[in-house]
Design a binder for this molecule. Structure first.
Ligand code: GYE
Length: 342
């Protein structure tokens, strides 16, 4: 090799080494330049050093659904399944049939499988500490979906769902308007110990006028079937004394209405305020049975998946995402029913 040639070669090597040094020293400044001009292999090199960027196709999401107790729940399940399919997320879905021990086993199975994210709609608030700690120890982020947990917030990444206390307050405001001179009412509540039932009951009491008395409160476990005998017993026990009923979801309202009908009571004689805003609830408003329906939105799939991906990529997420909701009335029910998605 001639002197000149070796000099040129030395210079090339030196400038390459210099470029490599500046890339290492200032990765931020170097990255855009590489994107703009450099061929593919060179552009790939600095990217390989950064944290990998996951896409939906990389994500395995575990959704241990709490049950299939209501139309709300069916819509929630459909939203999760449909969103996963659309985005190409691998979904591990199970149905705990409203039993916490089933949900806990399902979470444990997902931890063992090494899923990327767990999104948990907890049937009740208490009793999650142990399994949430297990997920944390395994490095799997947990998003609490729909109902809340009483566990320390350091044990999970975030909560996405409705403000159940606010729903209860909204229901009370409607009852106040329906019974302006006060009266006696009954409460058909949701699953005992669930964030949805506790929040709605507390919010309702918080905003209810002093001249309205809650004569009795019993659970119907959020189902039509369990609401019927509870309402039958209520109507026997408090015959002629009741002006209204606060019912924690539309499925129980539909069950209760069956019992109310069977007792010979006409639509509107008992003022009913319900929660969810399902098609069944809308139909009951059209038929004159429900006077106000507080919305609770189950279509959480897109938000859950989006947050799951952010967590996989180590991005910051909002610790509390509350759903925007409203109240529906009989006057608009006919027009809105065809547009309802659940
Ligand atoms: O209102 C009810 C369902 O947790 C918000 O659970 C949910 C509630 C919903 O069974 O219909």
């Amino acid at each position: 090799m001639s002197r000149f040639k070796s000099l040129v070669l030395l210079m090339v090597i030196a400038s390459l080494a210099l470029a490599a040094c500046s890339t290492a020293a200032a990765p931020e400044a170097a990255a855009p330049a590489a994107e703009e001009a450099a061929p593919a292999e060179e552009a790939a090199a600095p990217a390989a050093e950064e944290a990998p960027v996951y896409t939906y196709a990389d994500m395995t999401l575990c959704y241990p659904q709490l049950g299939a107790e209501s139309d709300w729940r069916t819509a929630n399940t459909a939203s999760i399944k449909q969103t996963a399919e659309e985005l190409g997320v691998t979904l591990i879905f199970s149905d705990a049939q409203q039993k916490q021990e089933n949900q806990i086993s399902a979470v444990r199975a997902c931890i063992e499988q090494g899923v990327d994210v767990i999104a948990l709609p907890p049937v009740v608030e208490d009793g999650w500490d142990a399994v949430l700690t297990e997920a944390q120890d395994a490095g799997i982020p947990v998003i609490i979906v729909d109902r809340s947990v009483s566990a320390d917030s350091s044990l999970y990444a975030a909560h996405i769902g409705s403000d159940m206390f606010l729903e209860g307050q909204r229901a009370a405001e409607e009852m106040n308007k329906l019974l302006p001179d006060g009266g006696n009412i009954l409460e058909l509540s949701g699953t005992v110990g669930s964030g949805a039932a506790t929040g709605r009951a507390e919010g309702f009491r918080d905003a209810l006028n002093d001249n309205i008395t809650i004569l009795d409160s019993q659970t119907g476990n959020f189902t039509r079937a369990e609401a019927i005998p509870v309402m039958e017993a209520f109507l026997k026990k408090y015959a002629g004394q009741v002006d209204g009923v606060f019912i924690h979801n539309d499925d129980m309202a539909i069950g209760a209405i069956e019992a109310i009908k069977a007792a010979g009571i006409e639509p509107g004689d008992l003022k009913i305020v319900s929660v969810d805003g399902t098609r069944g609830g809308f139909q009951a408003m059209i038929d004159g049975w429900i006077q106000a329906d507080v919305e609770c939105n189950p279509l959480l799939g897109p938000q859950v998946m989006e947050m799951g991906l952010k967590l996989m990529n180590g991005e910051a997420v909002d610790p509390e995402t509350l759903t925007n909701e409203t109240v529906y009335y009989p006057e608009e029910a006919e027009e809105l029913l065809p547009t309802r998605q659940y």
